[in-house]
Design a protein around this ligand. Structure first.
Ligand code: SF4
Ligand code: SF4
Length: 299
């Protein structure tokens, strides 16, 4: 149930360095933020922003390096949104909390009320549907502007959405029209896998710090984050987001993998391949240098 459910082999030697490097970065960020008494909302937002930035950058860099100049040209473009109609975006708790905070800061009271109603209706519709049922129902993500086909939270969208891509919009359209749950699309594997490896690193660090990560169904969890301020309870270690049947099943697989990775992190067994990631990833080296400078200033 584990690897297949989580869609990523956390023991893959190619992915391990990216899990390791992100786990170290986020563990330090969370520990520093807790020690400094930072507001929970800021901590969730920082964790989500950092991992999303790292995931996108590393996926891009590695896709370029591994393709040998023959990268798959992406068909994705603004307004293309066949992939936003399954309402099966699994996202981590900090990413969903960040979306909730962002919406409250950037939307009017009326807009929030309308979104809450739409999200509530979608949450009800998908609650008992499995993957196939959702694909066939073609329910748009409550965060999609169906008129323009654009994501209304593009800047804060979760890693699942950032990593999803295709080399053929026609193939996406066909899959959408046929209500296929797991379409076979032309993809660029490093782009997908490395982004998700960073997500695993972040989830490992959060789980190690006693924080719930999920993942949850974004569409079903949205009403909860729009209804209440949940960040403080999340940072205190509570599970604050609701599961659907599907996300609950997925979480069983994640729990098993994360338990193993947390044990590795605490036991110093996530140091093995980190050096490789740093050689591959100049940005990680820059962060290392900054961290050393910060440490020096503290002394
Ligand atoms: S994954 Fe497919 S549907 Fe989604 S933006 Fe890319 S081409 Fe369009
Ligand atoms: S969050 Fe945005 S990109 Fe992701 S499924 Fe919803 S509308 Fe599409």
């Amino acid at each position: 149930m584990t690897e297949r459910r989580v869609g990523l082999d956390h023991r893959d030697p190619m992915l391990r360095p990216f899990i390791e490097v992100e786990a170290k970065i986020i563990r330090e960020v969370v520990a520093d933020a807790k020690a400094a008494g930072e507001r929970a909302r800021a901590v969730a937002a920082e964790v989500a922003a950092l991992v999303q930035e790292d995931a996108e950058r590393a996926a891009e860099t590695m896709s370029e390096r591994l393709s040998g100049g023959r990268r798959l040209p992406l068909a994705c473009s603004a307004g293309c949104s066949y992939c936003c109609y399954s309402s099966t975006v699994h996202a981590s708790a900090p990413e969903i909390l960040r979306i909730g905070s962002w919406l409250k800061e950037n939307r009017s009271t009326e807009e929030l009320a309308a979104l809450k109603e739409r999200a509530g209706a979608v949450a009800e519709e998908i609650a008992s549907l499995d993957l196939t049922g959702r694909a066939r129902a073609k329910i748009p993500c409550p965060l999609l502007d169906v008129e323009t086909g654009r994501c209304t939270v593009y800047d804060v969208r979760p890693i699942s959405c950032r990593a999803y891509h295709s080399g053929s919009a026609d193939a996406c359209k066909q899959a959408h029209d046929a209500g296929e749950a797991n379409p076979v699309l032309p993809i660029d594997p490093p782009r997908f896998k490395i982004a998700h490896a960073h997500a695993f690193g972040m989830m490992t660090a959060c789980a190690s710090e006693g924080l719930d990560v999920g993942p949850y169904d974004l569409a079903a969890a949205l009403p909860a984050v729009l209804d209440a301020e949940l960040d403080e309870r999340w940072l205190a270690g509570d599970k604050v987001l609701p599961h659907t049947r599907l996300s609950e099943e997925a979480a069983v697989g994640y729990d098993a993998v994360l338990a193993e990775l947390v044990a590795d992190l605490r036991g110093g067994r996530l140091d093995v391949a980190e050096g490789i990631a740093r050689r591959l990833d100049p940005e990680a080296r820059r962060k290392d240098r900054n961290r050393r400078k910060r440490d020096k200033r503290k002394r």
